[in-house]
Ligand binder design. Structure first.
Ligand SMILES: *Cc1c(COP(=O)(O)O)cnc(C)c1O
Length: 399
């Protein structure tokens, strides 16, 4: 993957344009900015890339989630169905909106299991938020069909999978809104940044107003603008947008490199019949930021994780023990500890978060290891990695 591996003259040139004018605000200053509109240019390019009618660049992926929830009217007391394998921003944005996260099982795609959604439904369910984890996709067609049938809002979190598609269509374009992150460890980065996309003009305007204090963006003089709604500040700066613009142009070559590196490692693992792989509903649309494989049981997965680390094979994640990505270790969430008085603490009939049990998800997560695919690997790096992997796996599996 990651955005932190590449930064070059293309990004420097875009940033330099902004530094030369000194206009960091994405709106207004029409004269002094000398024709440089970095956020706007990114949005145009991103709409073209994803096929979405509207794109809005914001200050982070978390801001994008909050903006999508606000724009679709998801808030106080509403329940939002989410997976237990995601990043903490998922529940942060929901709780921040005054809504209630409801966890539903994942399947072998490592994303929400469409067949389990029915069980998570309640009278207060307003939205479903699948998270396309680790570069690949949920069974988004089935999840969309479920949401359509039940009249639910669908927000896709594509923070980790920019560039990925399902049956040729960009992730993030199946739901009412899709959200992206361009933080420093995502596939492409703005330094910090995020985006929401949608085909719905009304939702776009709600998002656009919400992310900039309710401004209607109809004048070049902000003092003359109206405020159709209340909002907040999730604006991106022109400097961040400039970095993103340089990165976005490299997305295709990034994906190509990731795919070829991932293929080489996967082929090496395929010699081991005991190893299975994450299910990818459309292999051709995988952005290939990670290779995720499963061992026959949790003990073996732990042993392999340890031995890989001992052998110096970096970038391997055992999510089951990870504090950022799996519900099991989210103690601060389970006890709803916060600096602020949370709106959901006023609600009755909250789920009993500390005792949530998701056995199907545990079954999958406890056996899985994900390897981060790096752009900077040379042929020699890959050869060595394959050799070490093969040695470690043979040692653990053939006893
Ligand atoms: C990174 C990430 C986010 C949040 O993005 P930030 O830009 O870091 O705020 C949201 N969801 C997922 C799944 C992520 O991985």
């Amino acid at each position: 993957m990651p955005g932190f591996e590449i930064f070059g003259d293309e990004e420097r040139k875009e940033v330099q344009d902004v530094l030369e004018t000194g206009i960091f605000h994405r709106y207004g200053f029409d004269g002094p900015r000398k024709g440089h509109w970095k956020a706007k240019s990114f949005e145009e390019a991103f709409s073209e890339r994803t096929g979405a009618k509207y794109s809005l660049l914001v200050s982070s992926g978390t801001a994008a989630l909050s903006t999508a929830l606000a724009a679709t009217g998801v808030g106080a007391g509403d329940e939002v169905i989410i997976p237990p394998f995601t990043f903490v921003a998922t529940f942060e944005s929901i709780v921040g909106a005054g809504a209630v996260p409801i966890f539903s099982e994942i399947d072998q795609t490592f994303c929400l299991d469409p067949k389990a959604l029915e069980n998570a439904l309640a009278s207060r369910t307003k939205a479903v938020m699948p998270v396309h984890m680790c570069g690949s996709m949920a069974r988004i067609d089935e999840i969309k069909a479920f949401c359509d049938k039940k009249g639910l809002i669908l927000i896709e979190d594509v923070a980790q999978s920019v560039g990925a598609t399902f049956e040729g269509k960009s992730l993030g374009t199946f739901g009412h809104m899709g959200t992206f992150s361009f933080d420093p460890v995502k596939t492409i980065t703005c330094g910090e940044g995020g985006a929401v996309i949608t085909d719905d003009e009304h939702l776009y305007h709600q998002a656009d107003y919400h992310a900039d204090h309710g401004h209607d963006h109809l004048h070049s003089d902000r003092g003359l603008e109206d405020h159709p709604i209340l909002g907040t500040n999730y604006r991106i700066s022109e400097l961040h947008a400039a970095v993103g613009l340089g990165q976005l142009r490299k997305l295709d070559s990034i994906l190509e490199t990731q795919r070829s590196h991932k293929k080489a490692i996967k082929e090496a693992l395929m010699q081991f019949p005991q190893i299975s792989f994450r299910e990818i509903p459309d292999e051709s649309g995988d952005s290939a930021t990670f290779l995720t494989f499963l061992l026959p049981d949790a003990d073996l997965a732990q042993k392999v994780t340890q031995n890989l680390s001992g052998a110096g094979v970096g970038g391997c994640f055992y999510w089951f023990e990870n504090k950022w990505h799996y519900l099991r270790k989210w103690d601060h969430f389970k006890s709803l500890k916060s600096a602020a008085k949370l709106p959901i603490s006023l609600l009755e009939n909250l789920p009993d978060y500390p005792s949530i049990s998701l056995p199907a998800s545990d079954q999958i997560m406890s056996r899985a290891i994900s390897m981060l695919i790096m752009l900077s690997w040379t042929k020699e790096d890959i050869k060595q990695r394959v050799e070490t992997l093969t040695r470690v796996l043979s040692g653990v599996l053939e006893k």
